[in-house]
Design a protein around this ligand. Sequence first.
Ligand SMILES: [Zn+2]
Ligand SMILES: [Zn+2]
Ligand SMILES: [Zn+2]
Length: 181
Amino acid sequence: MEHCANHPNRKAISVCHNCGEAYCEACLVEGNEYYYCRKPACQDTMRLESAASLLPEVIICPSCSSELRLAKEERVARIFHCPECEAYLDFTVNPPMVLKDKKYTEVFSSRNQGDIALLKSFLDDSDIDYYVSGEDFLAVYPLIQPAKFFVRDDQVDEAKGLLKEFNANLFGVSRRKNLEE
Ligand SMILES: [Zn+2]
Ligand SMILES: [Zn+2]
Ligand SMILES: [Zn+2]
C-alpha cells in the first residue's frame, strides 16, 4: 500500500489526477470525476477540468445585456469588468453581483483569511464604501483566487491611507500583497 506523499505515516487512498502522486484522504480534493491534491497547479487543473466551475465562453452582461466573450482567465476567475458598461461583474456569487453606477478600484488582495477578516473590520469602522470579491470562492478553492478588496474610486486615496495604517498594525511574515507597492 502506498503512503501519502505529505504524510508518510498515512495510507494513500488515491492519486492526484494531475500530478499522479499518492495522497491520503485529507490531502485530496474530490473534483467532478477525479481526485486532485492541493497543490495550486493541480487545483487549477481541477477547475479547468470541471466544466461546472467555469463560466461559459459567452455570457450576457447582467448590467448592460451586452454579449461578452470571456478570456479563459476570466472564465476561471469569474470576476471581471464589462468593457461595454464598465461594470464590475462578480460571478462568484449567485446571482452575480453588479457594481454599475460606481467605479471601484482594487486596492488590496489576500489569500489570508485572517487578514481579510481584519481588514474588513477595519474598513467597517471607516466610512469607506468597499466590497470584497472572491471571498466565497476562497472558501471553496483555497489558494487559487485571492479575495480582492475594491473601494469606490473617489475613496481610493483615503483607503490607501487606511491600508498603510492597517499594514503598520500587522506584523510577522506577510502573506499579503498590497497592490500599492
Ligand atoms: Zn497533484
Ligand atoms: Zn496526507
Ligand atoms: Zn456591461
